[in-house]
Write a protein that binds this ligand. Structure first.
Ligand code: FAD
Length: 282
């Protein structure tokens, strides 16, 4: 059983619990991107079972009439077994999802997987004519060129700062202010040039406001994406005016994810308290 402290960040251990949770956030006007926790699967049977679970989840979302997409990690559905295995399993999920009008997001993982992820995404997105989106990480030095490559690919792009992994300085910016500057500029490029949806996946109020001003200027479709359990009040407040999607993880391997989210929460609560103290006294 998942203890209450972790339940803030994880919807449950089973697809049924995830669906139930999605129903509650949908009632508050927030959509979901559902991820089965786990990555770096090296056994074909496990990768196939995970892909089958996503296909079945997509059917359940449609039948329950919920507002939800799925968000999968390339290495949980075959990338560790080779690019062909990944493409095959991704394409199988996307085709079932297309029949059910459910969107599929492809997360981005370690920098060594970027080429293979984008190649598979591009092939599957062109074949399906959309219905699928991919994540790009602002901290990677290559990302402006990757964004350029995706400009005429059908589908959607999710922009993140990319600080979840720890790429070496050879390939990535490591300074937070620099990453923020690049993130703003990528958002501007995407809003200016993309026909499909641009997702601003950040908890940073400044970046969300920047995206809103770009949306007002260029009219590009966009959505705000945040993680389950992080700034939940802000998610509901923003959803009164804009599309908001919450990244909803579930599955038996919830411990590490919940621990990392709890650690981050403490870090930001402490920072907010200190900023408040400086605001009052300094
Ligand atoms: P930060 O730069 O971490 O923080 C900026 C400000 O945001 C803070 O000052 C604070 O005001 C607010 N904030 C941030 N976190 C909190 C918190 N816990 N509590 C309260 N306030 C907070 N990374 C990938 O590499 N690949 C992916 O596929 C991917 N998908 C993602 C999907 C979603 C929906 C989201 C939200 C993130 C995803 N990420 C992904 C992670 C991303 O790369 C960042 O590591 C992560 O979002 C932290 O950056 P940030 O933009 O939220 O803000």
């Amino acid at each position: 059983m998942i203890p209450p402290i972790a339940r803030r960040f994880v919807a449950g251990e089973t697809p049924a619990e995830a669906l139930e949770y999605v129903r509650t956030i949908n009632e508050a006007g927030v959509g979901a991107m559902v991820n089965r926790l786990g990555s770096h699967t090296r056994e074909r049977s496990k990768a196939e079972a995970t892909a089958a679970e996503y296909r079945s989840f997509v059917r359940d979302v449609d039948e329950a009439n919920l507002t939800a997409s799925v968000a999968l990690k390339p290495t949980q559905i075959g990338l560790e077994l080779g690019e062909e295995a990944f493409r095959e399993l991704l394409s199988g999920i996307v085709s079932v999802a297309a029949e059910r009008d459910v969107f599929v997001w492809v997360d981005m993982e370690e920098h060594a997987t970027t080429d293979a992820t984008l190649d598979a995404f591009e092939e599957v997105a062109r074949a399906a004519g959309g219905g699928v989106g991919v994540c790009l990480q602002a901290n990677l030095k290559r990302t402006p060129a990757d964004l350029d490559r995706l400009a005429d690919v059908p589908g959607a792009v999710r922009l993140v700062k990319g600080t979840a992994y720890d790429p070496p300085p050879r390939v990535a910016h490591t300074d937070g202010e620099r990453i923020d500057r690049v993130y703003r500029s990528l958002l501007r490029d995407a809003f200016e040039r993309f026909d499909g949806t641009v997702a601003v996946a950040s908890h940073d109020p400044e970046m969300i406001d920047h995206a809103i001003s770009l949306h007002e200027r260029y009219g590009t479709d966009f959505e705000i994406q945040m993680l389950m359990g992080v700034r939940p009040e802000a998610q509901i407040r923003r959803a009164r005016e804009y599309d908001v999607s919450q990244y909803v993880p579930y599955g038996p391997r919830w411990k590490r994810w919940a621990l990392n989210r709890a650690r981050n929460g403490v870090r930001f609560a402490a920072k907010d308290a200190l900023d408040g103290a400086v605001g009052i006294h300094g």
